[in-house]
Design a protein around this ligand. Sequence first.
Ligand code: FES
Length: 122
Amino acid sequence: MAAAPPVLICASAELQDGGDARRFEIECADGSRQAAFVVRYQGRVHGYLNRCCHIPVELDLQDGKLFDLTGHYLICGMHGARYRPDTGYCTWGPCRGQSLAALDVAERDDGVWLNAMPDEFC
Ligand code: FES
């Protein structure tokens, strides 16, 4: 079976460095949907499932505001776990040492793309 083509998530200009996340959904082969997001950090785009490692809730409580005040960590709005934006690694909080589920995203042609559907997360 041929691989699914990349999916456009948003325009590059929508992601400001350290700014709000762009939320989107991944549609799984069985029709279910998974919440996900992309952020820009130190110029590069990173994407993750929007699911905390502590309890499987969305990190941002649906407003796209994920960066803490320093602009160097993504913070879970429920209990404050802090994740590195570039790796998804949790450095502080109840799930310290675990990592967000990273997505294969890329930036090209002024857009941010999901390269491959992550079947393992569905
Ligand atoms: S649900 Fe995210 S830190 Fe508890």
